[in-house]
Ligand binder design. Structure first.
Ligand code: URP
Ligand code: ZN
Ligand code: ZN
Length: 466
């Protein structure tokens, strides 16, 4: 079996930081040997990777992506092939994408469709959540089958009436089913019915620019929906994971629920930590680049999101990667912000942006790895196969240069989208080498991977509930 030794780096996991060599055999980590122990001296290897001066970290786990998602009258511009390749460039080695149930169809049909899109296309490993768009007796029964085959989380929407929206009764039924079968309910928490009224009123008043997307999707309507989702989960006796939290008052709802001892979890995304309504208000139609839901919030919210990540009231940072090109896609909403396809690119940028937060002293190195690797793996039943470096884990490993400087830009990124949400942003830290199940897929500025290397990952149920 092929043996690789990673020598001389600082191994950083969510649990510890240790100067150690790492031995990889085939697809797995088999041993770590701390400096001075002498253990590594006896190791033979086919390949030695020099990690002196570098961090050796687990590959990132991005638990919220939408490759090829048909949405807003168009489709997300990254395919599973281009999107997972870009993820690898950015040090992410596992994604959990969302398979979609169409209204009137079964979960099975939706899942099969997403398997067909991803099969043979991915550069890195992938799993699926299921979007429940049509809660019926049949789809509730299907949830049990999906959990049994490793699709253990289900996203419901309190937003997007007429598309993905479920009313409170449907949400309650799905939560009750999840409480029985172990499926984790993921919630898009915004009051979409009220938002649609405000959209209509804004457009009637001639408020058509992208910045009004942020104004009508009021913070109060995220907080209200988050509160309601928590109460519905409490009634159902089910855990709850709230996706893409952007408002300080929504974080407060999660914190209050957790103080009560409820199994309520929260995710935020780099765009809410680094961007704001100032971007939505950029001149001309530029603000369309930043249209996503939940929307970007005024800058003051960022401090509360960082605080939530430090205190543990927010556990995960995912990207909600859902890219649409400015040209031809975001432009669908010129003259009507409600027609701008919702979503931002970011799968390639997450590890670097969160490392920048380490550089700036917002989070520790270990917390960086926890929120980007270990916690998403645990939350979605992939740990310790993914999210850590330990004997028995998949050899998904990143050699990360903490001192390299780079400027984020569409000119240099690998995502299939014609703009960067972080254009011109300078960050310290950069991926040097990426291993996916023992195979080097990125090395020193070269892509060595291939479509089809990535393997489907059936998942266990949420490991924070064990
Ligand atoms: O704007 C977003 N977030 N687009 C993707 C779909 C969703 O709600 O996650
Ligand atoms: Zn959503
Ligand atoms: Zn999403």
């Amino acid at each position: 079996m092929n043996r690789t030794v990673i020598r001389g780096g600082l191994v950083v996991t969510a649990a510890e930081e240790v100067h150690a060599d790492v031995l990889v055999e085939g697809e797995k980590v088999v041993a770590l040997a701390s400096y001075g122990s002498g253990v590594a001296e006896g190791w033979t290897a086919d390949r030695v990777l020099d990690a002196r001066g570098l961090y050796v970290i687990p590959g990132g786990v991005d638990a919220h992506t939408h490759m090829e998602l048909p949405f807003g009258g168009t489709s997300a511009s990254d395919t599973f092939e281009t999107g997972t390749r870009a993820a690898a460039w950015g040090g992410t080695t596992t994604i959990v994408d969302f398979a979609v149930q169409s209204v009137g169809s079964s979960l099975r049909e939706g899942l099969d469709t997403w398997h067909a899109k991803a099969q043979g296309a991915c550069a890195i490993d992938y799993g699926f959540h299921m979007i429940l768009a049509d809660v019926t007796e049949h789809s509730l029964k299907e949830m049990d089958l999906l959990v049994a085959e490793g699709v253990t989380s289900f996203k419901l929407f309190m937003a997007y009436p007429g598309v993905f929206y479920s009313d409170d009764g449907k949400i309650l039924r799905a939560m009750q089913r999840g409480a029985e079968n172990g499926g984790l309910i993921m919630m898009h928490a915004e009051n979409g019915i009220a938002i649609d009224v405000l959209v209509e009123q804004a457009l009637a008043a001639g408020k058509t620019d992208p910045r009004y997307h942020g104004e009508v999707r009021r913070e109060l309507l995220e907080a209200e929906a988050t509160h309601r989702a928590i109460k519905l989960a409490q009634v159902a006796g089910s855990p709850l994971y709230v996706v893409h939290v952007s408002a300080a008052s929504a974080v407060a709802e999660l914190a209050a629920a957790r103080r009560q001892g409820l199994s309520v979890f929260g995710e935020t995304c780099p765009q809410y930590l680094f961007l704001s309504t100032d971007n939505l208000a950029e001149p001309g139609f530029e603000g369309a680049k930043y249209v996503c839901s939940t929307p970007l919030r005024p800058r003051e919210h960022q401090a509360e999101l960082w605080k939530g990540l430090r205190t543990g009231d927010l556990q995960v940072v995912s990207t909600d990667h859902c890219p649409f090109c400015f040209s031809g896609q975001k432009e669908l909403g010129r003259g009507d912000f409600s027609k701008i396809p919702n979503g931002l690119p970011g799968v390639e940028n997450r590890m670097d942006l969160l490392h920048q937060a380490v550089v700036e002293g917002r989070i520790s190195r270990r917390r960086w790895i926890e929120i980007a690797c270990a916690a998403p793996a645990r939350m979605f039943g992939l740990y310790p196969r993914k999210g850590t470096i330990a004997p028995g884990a998949d050899a998904d490993i990143v050699l990360y240069d903490p001192a390299a400087r780079q400027t984020l830009s569409a000119a240099t990124h690998h995502m299939n989208v014609d703009y960067s949400a972080y254009e011109g942003k300078e960050v310290t830290g950069k991926v040097r080498t990426v291993l996916s199940r023992g195979a080097v897929v990125i090395d020193d500025g070269a892509y060595l991977g291939r479509a089809g290397h990535g393997r489907y990952q059936p998942r266990a149920t949420c490991q924070y509930l064990d």
